[in-house]
Structure formats: C-alpha cells, structure tokens
Design a binder for this molecule. Sequence first.
Ligand code: FNR
Length: 449
Amino acid sequence: MGAGAQHHPDKVERIVYCAARIGLGDHSAFASNGGARGDGHRGVSTIYRILIRPFRDWSRVLSISQYGDYQFDIYFDGMEGRMPKYPVDFTSLERTAAEVLPWWVHSYVAGGCGDEGTQRANVDAFSRHGIVPRMLNGALERDLSVSLFDMTLPTPLFMCPIGVIGLCSQDFHGDIQIAQASAETAVPMMASTLTQDRIEDVVPHAGDTPGLFQLDTPDDKDLAESFVHRAERAGYRGIVVTLDTWTTGRRPRDLNAGNFPQLRGYVLENYFTDEAFLNRLAKPPAEDLKEAALEWIKIWGNSLHWDDLSWLRSLTTLPILLKGIQHPEDVRRAKDYGVDVIYCSNHGGRQANGGLPALDTLPHVVEAPEGMPVLFDSGVRSGADVAKALALGATAVGVGRPYAYALAVGGSDGVVSQLRALLAELDLLMAIDGFPTIAGLRAAGAQRV
Ligand code: FNR
C-alpha cells in the first residue's frame, strides 16, 4: 500500500474533527498558533474553504493514493497545535543532521571527491531544467506507479545504496531502520554490501516491499559468488553491481581527518559472517579486528572488465543492474552481456571529481538501451528534482543523502517523513502541471533553461 493511502483514515477523522470545531465556532487553536490572530473568523473560513471543503466529498479521494495529501496532514496537525517533527526540505534537514551526527559519520556522508565540484554540479544541474505545465488535463487523480522488470512499484522512488547507512541512526542499526521505512512507504531500498547488520537480517524488515542487493564485487570470486547467492536466498529481488567503487575516490574531508570507518571494522558484517571471507583470516574478527579490516581492504575492490559480466550473469537468475553507467556506448555493451537494467549515476560526486553532472548524462543514456529501464541518482534533493529526472527519461529515481540525513534526525520515522515529503511534492507538481501519470510527464519532457 502506498504512503498516501496509509494516511487516509487518520485524515478523514481529522477532517471530521476540524469541521466539527469550525461548526462550533471554536477558533482557539488557530489563535494560539498565530495563524489567524486578530481575525479569527476570516482565517478559519479561509482554511475551511481551501483545506477542508474540497475533502468533504472524501470518498472521491480514497479511490487512489494521493501522496500530495501529506501536506494536509501537516496543516491539520498545525491547526491542532502540533508542529512537524522533521524538516520537509533538504536544506533544513542537512543542517539538523549535521548537528546530531557524530562528526566522523557526517564527514563521510557529506563529503565528496576533490573540491566536491561534481557533487555540487549534480545538484545545480536540476535548476537548469524546467517542466512546462499543461492545463485542463484532468489531473485530479495521479498514478505514480512504475514498472521495473517483474515489479510494479506504487511510486518511482527508491533509496540508493549507502554503505554507512547503518551508522546514520543513533542505534547503529540504520540498515534495519531503512528497511522498516521501506515497508511503511513501499519505497524500495538497496542494501549495500557494506552494512552493520547482515543482509539476511535486514530484508525481512522491509515486509512486502521488494529490496535489492548492491554488490561491491570482491577481488575473491568465492566471496563474490557467496554474496550473490546469499542475497538470492534472503529474498532480494535484484543485484545492483556498482562499477565505480573498486577503489575509493579521493575525499579531502576524510583524508584531512584520517577518517575511513571501514578500517575501524564498521559496516563489514556481511564479510565477517561469510565463510569465504573467514577462511582468509588466521583469527576471527572478534579476536583480531585490525587484521580482519586489513584483509577486507585487500579484497574489497575488483576492477571488473566487460567479460566478467558473463561470469556475474551465470551466478544468478535475478535481474542484474549496472550502477555507474554514464556513456551510451557502455549501455549498448551492457545489453549484449545480458544486463537487465542500467543505473545512471556518478555516485553523488564521491568517486571521481571533474565529471559532468549526472543529470546531463541521463538523456544520452536513455536514448541507448532499446527497452532497458534506466534508474537514476545523484543530486536529487526535492520532488521537483524527481519529476525532472523522470521527464528526462528515468524509469525510477534514487534518493541518496536526503534519506541518510532523515535517518540521522528521526530514525525510521524521519525517513518515512522525508520520503512522504518528496512524494507529496512530486504528486502536487504532477497535479498542478497537469500530468496524471508518470508516462505523461515523461512524454512531455523537461526543457533546458
Ligand atoms: C554512497 N553511495 C554508494 N553507492 C553504492 O553503490 N554502494 C555504496 O555502498 C554506497 N555508499 C555510499 C555512502 C555514502 C555516505 C553516500 C552519500 C553515497 C552512492 C549512492 O548510492 C548514490 O549514488 C549517491 O548517494 C547519489 O548522490 P546524492 O544524491 O546522495 O548526492
């Protein structure tokens, strides 16, 4: 069930409650919030006219999830004197997360490669594109669903793999909290190879929402095979092979602080619970953590060649997604090797500096795949950004740092709130701009400013 749908019963109750209050002429809640101070009646009737009256015939809006309704939840809470627990916009979220995260986790999440120019360019690129609205299009109800291989997803959002997400929650079980948020919002997660909890212990928390496994292909074939088979057995629905992290990008923020959490043994649980890795050690990690972490860095990255794709393809019948593709020729070659999905991304500018913004590579990548779906991430900070990536041809769009910060600020609950805020903005944009479906938005495209 989609996020919007889960809010309806509560919303309806509150509509009835608020309407009853207005009927009784009780304006105290507004006055105490300052919203209608000194002019209570006019404020109330305006709120009633704008917010409540359209929903009195609420049977109409129950027929389909309306993600945009999330903002009414917030406004209704405000009418009852309750302020939102978490920021809904990225700038406030980022600022709040910086206050609560341990410095070394914040540095690792916020930092990028070199002077972080590509990281900034990823974000700025969105402001160079715009969507031209279409009027009188009957977008009263929106359908945000998309198809991805054998799955129909209620929304086009997914959570990108983030290796240290386990450390972004206060209990250091962020992977599980993300899975819980995924279950609640129906937004799929991609579990990284670098998790605090074993991938087998994470995915059950996602409930009915499909999860994908992201593979950092180790330079040890037995271990790589073991990871793929473990993911398959645990119920993950696809293998995301990341191509641009066989070595770590040069990140001055972390270099200046000597900060690399993995070398202190963090987020290596999948390795430390795998026979293929343990066979390489003289002593178990619990007895010699330093030695285990050093062994990990030796085999972490495998700079794959095209022919390695045949080997990876032979390991599993699950769909294979290639993450980090930005050139159309690479898309065409991937198709020849039986790859199922292209994932256009520059890793949020964390790996190589000096590249194009990922969004600028998307239209070229989308032209090439002859029917293959194209996922996209890098620089997505708002629902409008999601809409622009869809309009430029993405099948589904990945949220990265925003959900890491939301996890830091509010745990699983914070992530649910942030995902709903993004979906609400996307849904309202589609409503106001006259696009009832993602296909319509994609067909309209985005124009370069
Ligand atoms: C990442 N990303 C990433 N990607 C991946 O394939 N495996 C991983 O383990 C990680 N780990 C990781 C850690 C941190 C802290 C960040 C911020 C990102 C990259 C991620 O999947 C995605 O490509 C970027 O986050 C997109 O950029 P923005 O939108 O977050 O800036």
